[in-house]
Design a protein around this ligand. Structure first.
Ligand code: ZN
Ligand code: ZN
Length: 189
């Protein structure tokens, strides 16, 4: 059940020993941390080492420690339609119970349902990562009505004149068109 033990030095691992397992005791952590890894996809993510703004309250309850956090981070990527750079500020709320080892909750639930404390260490990273990834748009856009790229020439519509189009026949083909018409005329006579 236990995977790798949380690293006490990791930016999203908190030592809850000060709470003394006394219900109602609370601690507040407000800090900026560097994202330990990139969260998201290659085309759109909270980049590794970018700033994550964390405002965390940890409260001891009978079964464990309740984490309640406001998390703010900037996600960067490219617009799915026009490939222009996109930057969004994601704000998420994380609320998660971390059960004490040996508690009733520990004995009666799965670790993938309810998180666990590792000794006194609380690893908030998976919850923060999941919340940020869930808050990401399925289709990142530079703006909601981004017109995308011209399907014929691949130039962003924003950079093209309003009357841009490709229906005008190439002059060389226009020449052939005339010849073909002349030829047909000749045959009909
Ligand atoms: Zn766009
Ligand atoms: Zn075009």
């Amino acid at each position: 059940m236990t995977t790798t033990a949380p690293d006490p030095a990791a930016p999203l691992v908190f030592d809850t020993a000060v709470l003394g397992r006394t219900s109602g005791t609370t601690m507040h952590v407000a800090r900026e941390i560097a994202a330990p890894e990139a969260y998201g996809l290659e085309v759109y993510a909270v980049q590794r080492s970018s700033v994550i703004d964390l405002d965390l309250h940890l409260t001891a309850v009978s079964e464990g420690v309740l984490a309640d956090a406001e998390v703010e981070a900037v996600a960067e990527g490219e617009c799915a339609r026009c490939l222009a750079p996109v930057q969004d500020t994601l704000k998420v709320h994380v609320q998660e119970l971390y059960a004490y080892e040996g508690s009733v909750t520990d004995a009666t639930t799965d670790a993938d349902e309810i998180m666990r404390l590792d000794g006194d260490l609380l690893d908030l990273e998976p919850a923060v990562r999941d919340a940020l990834v869930l808050a990401m748009p399925v289709t990142p856009l530079c703006r909601p009505d981004c017109p995308g790229l011209c399907a014929d020439c691949g130039v962003p519509w924003d950079d093209l004149p309003e009357d841009h189009g490709h229906e005008i026949v190439d002059p060389r083909w226009a020449g052939l068109e005339k010849l073909r018409l002349a030829d047909t005329d000749g045959e009909s006579k």
